[in-house]
Design a protein around this ligand. Structure first.
Ligand code: OAD
Length: 268
């Protein structure tokens, strides 16, 4: 297997997908056993679904909060954090994942992931869009909401944390402290615009190496990032366990589980 030559890389952009968290026990979306095999997207991951049945949508995301809260960052998340600490250039980490595992792998690196599809440990007001830190599982049929472990104790003490407010409920679901309207998960649903796109496009235009890790590359706009970076002159690297059509178009294709290949490649 070839090794990435880091000596000439000054500006690195990384895109991660569900495959990087597979070894942490978080289900990917597609393929057998994937999240979208067991749930219809239109029932749980669209604004219309939330308007129609907020209880069902909150149940789906509460279960995902509980699952992610139990998971731990794996060797791939840790290797990227350790690499960022030593790398003598600019790194932009874009993730499609909402599990917070890049954040929880952070030690000293300050490698803040750009969470383009939102993140599980935040909720926002459906009226004014104010965002709160919130890692509660909102499961009205199971009594009181409970913490899921997504946020550390010091993060819960943050003034944005929902737990610092006296929360009113409507049918067991949380109302926003700002407007007293329903809170929704801070997740980008189908039909909604991904977050931070101007910042992401600017990073793609100036990077000299673009690496995509553990994503099937079928959901746009993320699926176009590799081509955009390449069209601006970046070298491209693809990490995946399975063969993908995009592998024909990259400079380096690294096949294998990310929890093994990422620590091997991201070492200085
Ligand atoms: P997918 O489930 O579509 O793809 C996961 C990819 O990870 C597949 O290509 C797998 O082969 C690969 N994979 C699995 N295990 C791996 C491992 N251990 N190491 C490396 N690769 C591995 O997930 P995403 O591409 O992240 O969006 O999906 C993109 C978006 O579609 C998600 O962010 C989500 C979903 O619908 C929204 O919910 C908006």
């Amino acid at each position: 297997m070839s090794q990435i030559d880091w000596s000439h890389v000054k500006n690195l952009v990384l895109l991660s997908g569900a495959g990087i968290s597979a070894a942490s026990g978080i289900a990917t979306f597609r393929g057998s056993g994937g999240l979208w095999e067991n749930h219809r997207i239109e029932d749980v991951a669209t604004p219309e679904a939330f308007n129609q049945d907020p209880q069902l949508v909150w149940r789906f995301y509460s279960m995902r909060r509980l699952q992610a809260g139990h998971a731990k960052p794996n060797e791939a998340h840790k290797a990227l954090d350790a690499f960022a600490e030593k790398f003598n250039g600019e790194i932009t980490l874009i993730t499609q994942n909402v599990d917070g595992l890049h954040r929880r792998a952070q030690k000293k690196s300050h490698l803040d992931a750009i969470c383009m599809h939102g993140t599980l440990e935040k909720s926002r007001c459906t009226h004014c869009h104010e965002i709160y830190l919130d890692d509660m599982a909102w499961l009205p049929s199971e009594g009181m909401p409970r913490q899921t472990g997504l946020l550390r104790t010091d993060e819960q003490a943050n003034s944005d944390a929902l737990s610092n407010y006296k929360i009113k409920l409507s049918d067991g679901l949380p109302l926003s402290p700002c407007c007293q309207e329903l809170l929704r998960p801070h997740i980008v649903w189908f039909g909604e615009e991904p977050l931070f796109m101007p910042k992401i496009f600017a990073s793609l235009e100036r990077c000299d190496l673009f690496a995509s890790i553990g994503t099937s590359g079928v959901v746009y706009p993320a699926a176009a990032f590799l081509e955009i970076a390449k069209s601006h002159g970046a070298e491209t690297v693809l990490f995946n366990v399975e063969s993908l059509p995009q592998q024909e178009h990259v400079d380096l294709y690294i096949q294998g589980p990310a929890e093994e290949t990422v620590p091997q490649q991201f070492s200085l």
